[in-house]
Design a protein around this ligand. Structure first.
Ligand code: FAD
Length: 138
C-alpha cells in the first residue's frame, strides 16, 4: 500500500458546485477502488492525500492531474505504508482558511530548501489529519 500527497492550485473560476462534484465522483470511485484519503481545499489551493493499493493510487493520480479544474499539481511525497490515516473515508473533505494553507506552503518551501522532504511529509500528513479531525464530519 502507498500514501501519496500532492498540492495544486484550483482554477480561478472554480465554484463550490465544482468541489461538490469532485467529492461526489471521488466518493463513488474511491470506494470501488478501495482508496481512502482527504481533500483539503481553501485559499485557491487543493491538498489531497490518497492511500491504497499502489497501482490504484497511481492510476487515480494520473487521472486527477489531467483534470482541468486545477492546475500546477506538485507531488510532495509518495511512500509505502502499512496502515491508513483515513481508513473510514473514501474521500474526506476539509475546507481550510487561506492563512492555514499559507502555513503549509511556506513550510514546504523551507523544508525542501533543507532537502528534508520526509520531515515535510510528516508535517503535512499531521496537518491534514489535524484539520480533518477538527472539521465537522458529513
Ligand atoms: P463522473 O463521476 O461520472 O463525473 C461526474 C461529473 O463530473 C460529470 O458531470 C462530469 O461531467 C464531471 N466531470 C468529470 N470529469 C471532469 C473534469 N475533468 N472536468 C470537469 N468536469 C468533470 N476523482 C476520483 O475518482 N477520486 C479522487 O480522489 C479525486 N480527487 C480529485 C481531486 C481534485 C483536486 C480534482 C480536481 C479532481 C479529483 N477527482 C477525483 C476527479 C477526477 O479528476 C475525475 O474527474 C473523476 O475521477 C472522473 O470520474 P468519473 O469518470 O466516474 O466521472
Amino acid at each position: 500500500m502507498i500514501r501519496l500527497l500532492y498540492i495544486s492550485h484550483a482554477v480561478p473560476n472554480l465554484t463550490i458546485e465544482d468541489v461538490r462534484a469532485i467529492l461526489k465522483s471521488s466518493r463513488k470511485n474511491n470506494k470501488a477502488a478501495d482508496i481512502t484519503g482527504v481533500l483539503v481545499h481553501g485559499g485557491g489551493m487543493f491538498m489531497q492525500i490518497l492511500e491504497g493499493e499502489e497501482s490504484a493510487v497511481l492510476r487515480l493520480y494520473l487521472t486527477i492531474i489531467a483534470d482541468k479544474r486545477h492546475i500546477n499539481p506538485r507531488l510532495v511525497v509518495v511512500a509505502p505504508t502499512a496502515d491508513r490515516l483515513f481508513q473510514k473515508w473514501s474521500m474526506g473533505n476539509v475546507e481550510c482558511a487561506p492563512n492555514e494553507f499559507e502555513q503549509i506552503v511556506q513550510a514546504r518551501s523551507r523544508r525542501l530548501e533543507a532537502s528534508n522532504t520526509d520531515a515535510f511529509a510528516g508535517f503535512a500528513f499531521e496537518f491534514a489529519k489535524m484539520l480533518f479531525d477538527q472539521a465537522p464530519q458529513e
